[in-house]
Design a protein around this ligand. Sequence first.
Ligand code: TRP
Length: 347
Amino acid sequence: MDKIEITNTGAEASSSAPAKKKRIFSAIQPSGAMTFGNYLGAIRNWVRLQDEFECVYATANLHAITVRQDPKKLKENTVNLFALLIASGVDPEKCILFNQSMVPAHAELSWVLSTFTQFGELSRMTQFKDKSARHADNINAGLFTYPSLMAADILLYQADLVPVGDDQRQHLELTRDIAVRFNGIYGNTFVVPEPYITKNAARVRSLLDPSKKMSKSDPNTKSYILMVDEPASIMKKFRSAVTDSEACVRYAEGKDGINNLIEIYSACTGKSYEEIEDEFRGKGYGDFKNAVGEAVVAELEPIQVKYKELLKDKKYLDELAQKGAESASKLAKRTIDKVYKKVGLVR
Ligand code: TRP
C-alpha cells in the first residue's frame, strides 16, 4: 500500500472550501477484534461518508476503561483498531482520525458537561442498566457518567451529524439535551447534533441464531465472522449458517436465516433482493451459502492484506496517530476555550 503523505491533512484543507460541508463525528471502542457486523454497520459507512462530509473519527479508548481492561491488551486493541480503520479505507488525508486519549480536551469537557447532566437522566440510560447488570462487581462512576464523555466527544467538534446505531440513540438524545441546556444558560456554544441515519445499512445477525445481532461475545465462534478471519474459516462459517427447510432463496417473513444471508450478499455485491432471488432460482442453499461466503471474502481480503502491512510499520502508524491528534486538538481547543471562559474557569 502506498504510504499516505502526512504533511497536510485533507480535513484542514477542506475547511476553506467554498460550500461548507457538514461535520460528522463518530467513534468506536477498541474492544478487540471487529465483526463483519461492525464493518457493514459502522466502518464501511465511515468510509463512504468521507467525501460528502467533514469527518472526525476516533477510537474511544477512554470509554473502554469503564469496563476493567488489561493495559497491554487495551493498548494493542487501540493500535489495531486504528490500523484496521485505515485498512478499511478511512483515509487520514480526507478526515481526522485519532485516539481519544491523545486529545485531553475530551476529559476536560466531559467533566464540565457532567455538571450539566442530571443524576436522573443518567439513571435512565438503558446501556448503564444493562452494563451494571453484566458487571455487577464494578459499577463504577465512569460507567454511570459515560454519556457525559460521549457528549463531550461530539460537542467538542461542533458536529452536525452523528452516525449511531440503535444502541447509542439514547446517548445522542442526552447529548442534544445537554447542548441545548448549556446553550440556554450561556448563549450559543454548541452545535446541537442530529442523528445520521444510513439508508439501507445492513444489520448483520448471528449466523446461528438470526433473531440475535451478530456479536463476538457469543460463546459459539461459528455465529460470527471477524474481520480478520481467514478466508477458509469465513467460508466454513457461512456453510454452517442456519437456514430453513424450504430450499428457496427468497426474502420473506419467517425466513430469518436466509434473509440475513440475502442482506449480507446484497450489501457486498450491491445487488437488489430481486436480483439475488433471480440469480439463485432453482439452486440450492449450498450454492447460495458459498456465494455469500465468497462475496464476504472478496470484501475482507484486501482489507486484511493492508491491515497486516500497516501493522508491520508501527512507526508510521504512530505518526498518523500523532498527526490525527494534532488536527483534532486544534478543533477541540476552540470549543474548550470557549466553554471554560463561559463557565468562568481560569486558564
Ligand atoms: N459509545 C459508543 C459505542 O460504544 C462509542 C462512542 C464514543 C461514540 N463516543 C462517541 C459514538 C461519540 C458516537 C459518537 O458504540
